[in-house]
Design a protein around this ligand. Sequence first.
Ligand code: MTE
Ligand code: MO
Length: 390
Amino acid sequence: MKRRTLLTSTLALGTFGSIRPVWASPAGVLPAYKDDLLVLNEKPINAETPAHLLDEELTSASHMFVRNNGLLPLSFDAHSWQVAIDGEACLHPRSFSLRDLKETFTWHELALQLECGGNGRSEFYPPASGNQWTTGAISCGLWGGVRLRDVLEVCGVADKAVYVGYYGTDRHLSGDPGKTVISRGVPVAKALQPETLLALELNGEPIPDLHGGPLRLVCGGYPASVSGKWVNRLVIRDRVHDGEKMGGDSYRIPCEAVAPGSEVTDEEMCIIESMPVRSLITYPQSGVHHPLDQSLVLRGHGWAGERAVASAVVSIDFGQTWLPATVNSPRNRLAWQRIQTNVRFKSRGYHEVWLKAVDDLGVAQPMVVPGWNPKGYLNNACHRIAVQVV
Ligand SMILES: Nc1nc2c(c(=O)[nH]1)N[C@H]1C(S)=C(S)[C@@H](COP(=O)(O)O)O[C@H]1N2
Ligand SMILES: [Mo]
């Protein structure tokens, strides 16, 4: 597949690292409705969303980043789909069709932010292997479905339950049908939260193939790798789930901070749970030309894993002074929050706008890449855009 169209570097400002060019998507790798995404890997398909395309209140399917660890399932027959619930800590194992789920349980619709644990990985040094996400592995769609809690309760959650794991029908890259692509999970308390959904719809439509249709888990606020796509089995475990990509350095970071480049053993790694506070400037697009005599409207979103964003500030002088921005309440718990303000520039020429969000425990985004870890997770450094004042 040929790479084409080099965008100007001002469009490519990410978090705080070097300013690198971004390549446009090779044609044909993604379905046409996803053409505006930036493809990071073709097999498996991984594509991120440029910041300015995340300006919507709710992320449309066309602008939702794609992160696959394997190949899409071969068939998506919603009519015959079954999800089995079992595991050592499941008292009454059973299966549900999609119709059973719809007819048995109350329907809920929630806006839930899903951020890949590796969002921002491209800025780590020494570099971490894996998809070189800049800022675009975040979405907040409106997910429709039933509460995982309601389903699990019908199946009986034993007192000894510790974790809930998922299995999906995607296919291993090796082609070996015996190999599981990914099978992650969440602590029982997270699985039983009222916001954790077994979703059948995205933005009022059946979930698109790429995003896990016809049935996926949505556990907002945790690394999105726990939100299993194409789910056909859930296991209520009496121990920490030990499925594919639960161990080693997958979605785990050193329990104690290490110097960049350190070797870390498996025993020294801990599972990532809530994601840290982060934000993105979604309007205007980086590189905009703006007249000196007009104020510039700024818009973005902030999110903070299991927490909420309490405040946000912007700087137009490289962090020397900060101005307050307005932060809206979330539509529901675990949804991202609109951040907006406007700024006036005092001089012509090249400027940057920096945005920093602070969570409800007073923890702010760092200005530089925090906490080096072997796989490059959890870079929540501030986002910045370029503005040419004319
Ligand atoms: N079955 C299955 N579920 C999966 C994955 C996968 O490869 N297979 N990838 C996970 C990861 S790492 C992320 S970040 C999210 C991405 O969801 P999206 O592609 O709908 O944005 O799905 C998660 N669920
Ligand atoms: Mo991910």
